[in-house]
Structures are given as C-alpha cells and as structure tokens.
Design a protein. Structure first.
Length: 338
C-alpha cells in the first residue's frame, strides 16, 4: 500500500496544476520610520521572527505575534538580527555591541534579551533554537569560528572549529566542522558528511541533511550519500521522506532515498523552497509566491495592491506561509499567508 501511495502522489505531482482557493495575505509592515522588512521563521501559533530595516544598513530584530502589532526586540542600543523562532516564541539571532561586534542573542516571549556568551569569544551568532530552548550557532575564538550549543540556562558547549546552523528537537546539531558539512549528536559526537567546500541547505528531525557538492545536489541520510543530479539544488527536507528544490530552473521533488529521481512540480521558471509533513510545498512560479498541495494543485498567493513580486521564506506544519512582497522602488515588506 505504501508503494502504491508513493506512486500515486508522484504521478499527481507532474499533472497540470488546477485552480485552488488562496489564503489571505497580511502585509506585516515595518517598525515606524523603516523602509523594508523580512520574515525569517514562523511557529505553529503564527508568531513570526523577522527583521525591520531603515536607511543605510540599520536593522532591528522584530517579532510579529498573531493579531498584535510589530514588536521590536530588545538590543544593546545598536543593530540586531533574528534567524529562528520556537514554539514558545523565543527568538534567536544577534545583537551588535558597543565595539561593533555581533553577539549571539536569545529573546524570550516577552522580548527580553539574553546575550549568549562563550568563554574567550569575541563575537558570534545564534542561528537556530529548538522547542526545549537549546540554541546552536557560532562563536569566534582567537579569530576562528567554532560551533557552539547553549542549553536552556545559557551554558555554552563548544564543539570545535566550524559553525552550528540547525538543531533538531532531540538536540542534534547540523552545520560545519571546519568547512565540511557535519552533524553532532546531543552528546557532541561528530560525523562529517562530505568534502570541504560542500554546502548544507537543510535538514529534518532525523538529522538527515541536504546540500550540494561541486554543482550537484546531494542527500545525506544516516551515514550514506545519495546524489540528486547535476545542476540541482535541494532546498528543504521533510520528516516523512520528501525533498524539494530546483533542477533545470524548475521546481522539483525527490523521494529521500538512494537512487531517487527528480519529479517536476511545475514548469520553468519555478522554485520549490519548503515542504511540510502534510506534503504542502511553497515556492515561486515566475515572479510570484505559490503553494502546491500534496496532489500537485498550484495556488498563487495573493499580494497587496501595487506589489510587483513576491517570494517565500518559510512554511509551517499547519500551512502558514511567510515571505516577502516587493513594490516599485526596491521596497519590500514581510508578509504572511494563512
């Protein structure tokens, strides 16, 4: 039955998309006086971590809670940036200090700031947080970047040279050991995925990963490496075994297994950026943000009046989509579709 179901889904994905009712768009706006904003991550409750940008390079980490105005997250009096949000609405990123150095940061649900320290480190960034409040990122020690994990209390564990980019709910970290894609268990045991210079694009809760090596997309599942095709770029990996990305300027989907072959989702030019465990895919078709259902039905996501483009930056498990809506004059603002 499982084989038949996979075959049916695969066949549906290459059929011509049909019309489908679109969700509503919400222009998330900016902080007062700012010009642009981006949405970085969303949780199942609909809270969104992002960045609001003013003139020049000025930027501030923000959070949008559902049915609430934009909230500027506390900082050290200078710029800040956010990267991820967990189910408890804690956000991570960095704050700039008085020495113009980035410092790893975590904000709780109230917006209160904790600067995450590492003994001997001059700077760093927090990239991801799980629902237990464990954070991963990087810290610069003696001029060299190191992969770091901070527990809920803020105590740091340094894994060695490299960078932690993603963390699973079980506390496994994916990132780079030196310049090689790698994985650490919750006990700090290291497994290097591939050769120096390979890229790491995403992961799932089983700590499998996707990326690219020398222009070829790859899947690292367990301790095995599966090629996804020359010129391909995988972008996301679900927990139930599907990969989405781009091949030949076209949105595609792969089964997450060895010997897998790309299955087209939509004609070129299109991209598939995110997939959730229900099989919903979010990406772009032409210049516009779209979703595809698990059966291949394409839905163009609406935009505010005057918009001339839109892109996707995230997708929740309950089908909320975040992204950016563009306007003439290089103006763009964060948006959510739900």
């Amino acid at each position: 039955m499982r084989i038949a179901l996979v075959a049916a889904v695969a066949a549906a994905l290459i059929t011509t998309p049909a019309a489908h009712a679109a969700p509503a768009v919400e222009d998330l706006g900016t902080l007062p006086g700012d010009l642009r904003s981006t949405a970085q991550d969303i949780n199942e409750s609909g809270s969104i971590a992002g960045v609001s940008m003013g003139t020049g390079t000025a930027q501030h980490a923000v959070r949008w809670d559902r049915n609430a105005p934009i909230k500027k997250l506390n900082d050290l009096g200078f710029d800040s940036w956010s990267s991820a949000i967990n189910s408890g609405s804690s956000v991570v990123g960095y704050v700039i200090d008085s020495a113009s150095e980035a410092q790893p940061a975590r904000w709780d649900a109230s917006g209160a700031l904790t600067v995450l320290t590492v003994p001997g480190a001059a700077a760093g960034v927090a990239y991801d947080i799980n629902d237990s409040g464990t954070v991963t990122g990087t810290a610069r020690i003696n001029g060299v970047s190191h992969a770091v994990v901070w527990d809920r209390a803020g105590t740091a564990t340094v894994f060695g040279e490299g960078s932690g980019r993603f963390i699973t709910e079980a506390g496994w970290v994916l990132g780079f050991s030196g310049d090689q894609p790698a994985r650490w268990t919750d006990q700090g045991n290291l497994f290097v995925f591939d050769s120096p210079g390979a890229f790491l694009n995403g992961h799932n809760q089983a700590a499998d990963a996707i990326g690219s090596v020398s222009g070829e997309g790859v899947l690292w599942v367990g301790r095995r490496r599966a090629p996804l095709g020359a010129g391909s770029s995988p972008r996301d990996l679900s927990d139930n075994g599907w990969i989405v990305g781009v091949a030949g300027n076209q949105a595609v989907r792969w089964r997450a297994e060895e010997g897998t072959v790309a299955q087209p989702i939509a004609p070129a030019p299109s991209t598939a950026n995110d997939i959730n465990n229900a099989g919903t895919v979010a990406g772009t078709a032409g210049s516009w943000a779209v979703t595809w259902s698990s059966t291949g039905v394409q839905t163009q996501l609406p935009v505010p009046s005057g918009a001339n483009r839109s892109t996707v930056s995230g997708l929740s498990e309950n089908d909320q989509v975040i992204g950016v809506v563009g306007f003439p004059g290089n103006i763009y603002r964060a948006a959510v579709w739900r």
